[in-house]
Each structure stands twice: as structure tokens, then as C-alpha cells.
Design a binder for this molecule. Structure first.
Ligand SMILES: [Zn+2]
Length: 487
């Protein structure tokens, strides 16, 4: 399948799966990559600033094609931009195009593209032609990067396709990763013939399946000791920031940097454990069911803050914040994204059902009555007397909504909430090893560069904007080790 760009050009064999590996650069390579990452950030920021400037002055949208011209000029003038391999900043501009495209797309939740802070995650994008991967042995491979040479990475799974793009990233803990978008030319699997299931993603319980009698619980992402340590580190961070403001004019000390790294380390650990659970859960759902029904939730609206405005402050702000955190801990949006690509790969079908009133409607007789929800955990229908765990009742209802025309399935039969509602124990997890058959709906640069016709009057060069930025906003857009720009 070929994707059509807005210019009418067809992208041949687009990337349809992603592969992420731990990168192991040498200290010299890591330093250079770090500089490149900040340069990419600067290119993004200056390009965004230029687009904003042109739009406010001339009501015109600059696109990557045109900005590449200014880029060439900037590479000629500025040594630190010229240090980047030439394809990298072009790729950054294409990503900026994509960010605008997503913002304009009413179906896409993306907000307007933002400026990248010094503390943001560093990202260095490459087109597929710029990199080459060589396998060294069973566990190691290396990727050839222009101007840098071979960089080793752990080959934890086969690439399984042709490389279409590559991104090198550094996270908050200083670890390096390389991700490849690959074209696997795999098509959807034939239907797997397994039973249908409704799933309710809860707050207290990670997931409740309509054909199970116990909820799936996410294990604690941090142990008791780790939680204590994290809380202590966060208190230390607050104290050190206070001290920095009082005595050093806000300049961060080395000890504070160390504290921030330690906090980032623990939060990254937490994120890895959560992601592990989410992948195992979604793989299991897609693999052992022919149809997976979930609620079509709007997570962003759901987790909106209760803070309100200054004139009209909201109520129960911290309670809502806690609830929001719990909802986001369960990453419902990420689960849905994973199911959307895993279901076709395992011969299953994903159905999104309307979420209205699933918590207050009876799964047996379909009667809606808020009084049926007697408390947070239990459900007792005021019409037919059916009792159930509230989340299980919701999952049965979700399944029935996936078949609006059919007679209700009897998944609720023989189920009694009172027996297990309070056991609180996880059913033995059924993680099946990931076989690498998944397909990812990667959307690489459908950049849709639209050539704009009239930019003759516009002459401001990159350097002028870069100079203006460094005057107005300090050195926010520039890498640390670069000389200050002239006007
Ligand atoms: Zn009922």
C-alpha cells in the first residue's frame, strides 16, 4: 500500500513498523551526538520562529521545501549548523511540517507545535538512506551514521524489514536509543476464530475482561522502598531549588543536577515497568480474542484539570488531580494505540463503542439507573436485581454494545460480584512472549510539503531570526558550546 502525499507524490513502501534498540556510543560519539541533538533543537526552534514571523507579517505558511533554502544559507554562515550531517536538519524541517499537519487535522489531538527546551529529550532524525545497519554477531549490531561512523547497539530483535528512517534519542537519564521505521510488507493476519471480549479499563483495576471473573491488576510500578526513596529525593530537589534561588541567583548546583538525574532514573524505571505491563496486556487481548471491544474514551477531556480559572476556582482540585494521575497511570490512550496495530496483526478486530453511562447501566437488562451503582466497586440493578462487580458489569455492557443488533451474549451468566469483588488478587498473568509479528502504524513524514507561490518579498535570513531569538530569549535556542550569534 502506498500513501499519497498532499502534493500527489506517492511514498513507495512506507514504514509500517517500529524497532527500538539501546544504543551504545563511545564517550566521544556521545558528546558529538549530544551537540547534534541541541543543534537539531535550535533548528526546530528557529524554523518555528521563522514560520510564526512570516505568518504574522504576511499571513503565509512557510513549508519545509522553502525553509531548506534558508537552511543551506545558514549552514554556509554558521559552523555549528554545518557540523550536522546535511540530511538531519532537513528531516527536522519535515517533522515540523508533520507537526503543523497534525495540528491542522481535526481528527488529530495534537496541539500547536511548541518550542523545545534545553531540558527536552534530544532527538536526531535521519532518513533511511543515510544510515546502514550491519550485524556484528548474535547480540550486537552497528549502525553507520554519516560524519560519526559505526555506533554499536544491542540487537534485541530482528529488524524484519527495510529501513525507511532512523531516530537517535537521549532520554532524561542520559541513555541513548535508536529507533528504526521499517517497511515489513506484512499484511493483516486472517481472523483467528477466537471468542469476542469486552474490556473495561478502570482506575483501581487496570482492566476487567467480560469473560474473566477477576480483574487484571497492574503490579506496583515502584516498590515500597523505591517510593520512599523517590519521595525523599523530591523533597531534596525542592530544598535545593529553594537554596539555589536564595543564594546563587537560581543557578543549579552540581548536587541539584545529581538529584534531578536520580529522580529521572526512578521515573524512567517506573515508565519501563508500566510499558512492559501494557504491552503484555494488549498482546494477550489481541492474541486470544477474535474481537476486542473497548470504550471510545476521550482521555484528554477526561483528565482535564479541575483547577478552573482565577475568578472561578474549581472544587476538589487535588482529588481530581489524583484521579487524573490514576487514569493516566493506566495509559488508556496508549493501550488503544497498541490494540489498533496489534489486533490486525493477530487476526483480531478492535471495536470502539460509545462510552456513555457504562458505569450506571445494567449489563443483564440494559436498564440505566444511577442508583444501581451502589458504591464504587459494586453494582446492583434496581430493575432485575442483577448484582456484579461494577467494572465487570461495564465490560459486559461494552461487549454487548459491540453487537448492537444481536441478542446479548450470556457472558454475565453465573457471575456473582460478591464472591470476588473484595479478593483484590490478580489472576495469574498470561504474558505470552512477543513473537515480533506486530505491525505498527508508523506515520513517517507524510510531510505534504506544499510549495508556496509568493515569498519574493520576504528576505529575512535565518541568521537575523537566530540573532533576534538570542537577543529576546537568551540563548534558549542555541547549543551550549556555540559562540553567540551576531545580528
Ligand atoms: Zn438489570
Amino acid at each position: 500500500m502506498a500513501k499519497v502525499k498532499r502534493t500527489g507524490r506517492q511514498v513507495k513502501d512506507p514504514a509500517d513498523a517500529g524497532r527500538k534498540y539501546c544504543l551504545h556510543p563511545t564517550p566521544q560519539q556521545a558528546e558529538r551526538l549530544g551537540n547534534w541533538g541541541h543543534t537539531c533543537r535550535a533548528v526546530w526552534n528557529v524554523a518555528l520562529e521563522q514560520r510564526l514571523y512570516v505568518y504574522t507579517q504576511r499571513r503565509k505558511n512557510l513549508r519545509a521545501d522553502e525553509q531548506c533554502g534558508y537552511l543551506t544559507q545558514a549552514r554556509h554562515d554558521l559552523e555549528w549548523i554545518a557540523d550536522l550531517p546535511s540530511q538531519v536538519p532537513q528531516q527536522v524541517l519535515r517533522h515540523l511540517d508533520q507537526a503543523y499537519q497534525n495540528f491542522w487535522n481535526p481528527e488529530h489531538p495534537a496541539a500547536f507545535p511548541r518550542f523545545k527546551k534545553r531540558t527536552s529529550r534530544l532527538t536526531i532524525p535521519f532518513p533511511g538512506q543515510a544510515v546502514r545497519v550491519t550485524k556484528l554477531n548474535r547480540t550486537w549490531a552497528c549502525v553507520r551514521i554519516p560524519k560519526l561512523g559505526e555506533v554499536k547497539f544491542r540487537l534485541t530483535r530482528p529488524l524484519g524489514g527495510r529501513i525507511k528512517n532512523a531516530v537517535i534519542r537521549r532520554d532524561a537519564t542520559g541513555r541513548w536509543y535508536v529507533s528504526f521505521g521499517v517497511h515489513t510488507s506484512r499484511t493483516a493476519a486472517p481472523p483467528n476464530g477466537q471468542p469476542a471480549v469486552g474490556v473495561d479499563f478502570g482506575v483501581k483495576q487496570a482492566a476487567y475482561l467480560s469473560d474473566e471473573t477477576e480483574p487484571r491488576l497492574m503490579p506496583q510500578t515502584l516498590t515500597k522502598g523505591e517510593q520512599r526513596r523517590l519521595a525523599g529525593l523530591e523533597r531534596r530537589r525542592e530544598r535545593q531549588i529553594r537554596e539555589a534561588k536564595r543564594h546563587r541567583g537560581g543557578k543549579y548546583s552540581n548536587r541539584l543536577q545529581r538529584t534531578l538525574r536520580a529522580i529521572a532514573e526512578r521515573q524512567a524505571r517506573q515508565a519501563r515497568r508500566r510499558s512492559d505491563f501494557t504491552h503484555k496486556l494488549t498482546t494477550d487481548l489481541a492474541k486470544s480474542h477474535g474481537l476486542v471491544a473497548i470504550e471510545d474514551l476521550r482521555v484528554k477531556q477526561m483528565t482535564r484539570s479541575a483547577r478552573g480559572t482565577q475568578s472561578e476556582p474549581g472544587a476538589h482540585v487535588s482529588q481530581k488531580a489524583g484521579l487524573n494521575r490514576a487514569v493516566r497511570d493506566n495509559t488508556p490512550g496508549e493501550r488503544r494505540r497498541q490494540l489498533a496495530y496489534k489486533c490486525p496483526a493477530y487476526g483480531s478486530e478492535l471495536v470502539l463503542v460509545p462510552p456513555a453511562r457504562t458505569s450506571q447501566t445494567c449489563g443483564a437488562c440494559n436498564l440505566w439507573d444511577p442508583a444501581s451503582r451502589i458504591n464504587r466497586d459494586a453494582f446492583a440493578c434496581t430493575g432485575c436485581g442483577h448484582t456484579d462487580d461494577a467494572d465487570h458489569n461495564a465490560s459486559v455492557l461494552i461487549l454487548s454494545r459491540a453487537f448492537p443488533d444481536q441478542v446479548r451474549t450470556a457472558s454475565a451468566a453465573g457471575h456473582c460480584g460478591a464472591q470476588h469483588a473484595s479478593t483484590g488478587q490478580a489472576r495469574p498473568a498470561m504474558p505470552r512472549p512477543c513473537t515480533g509479528r506486530t505491525r505498527e502504524p508508523l506515520n513517517p513524514s507524510s510531510a505534504a510539503a506544499q510549495p508556496s507561490s509568493d515569498t519574493e518579498g520576504y528576505k529575512e535570513s535565518w541568521q537575523v531570526i537566530a540573532g533576534r531569538m538570542s537577543k529576546n530569549k537568551g540563548v534558549s535556542g542555541l547549543p551550549r558550546d556555540t559562540p553567540k550569534l551576531g545580528p
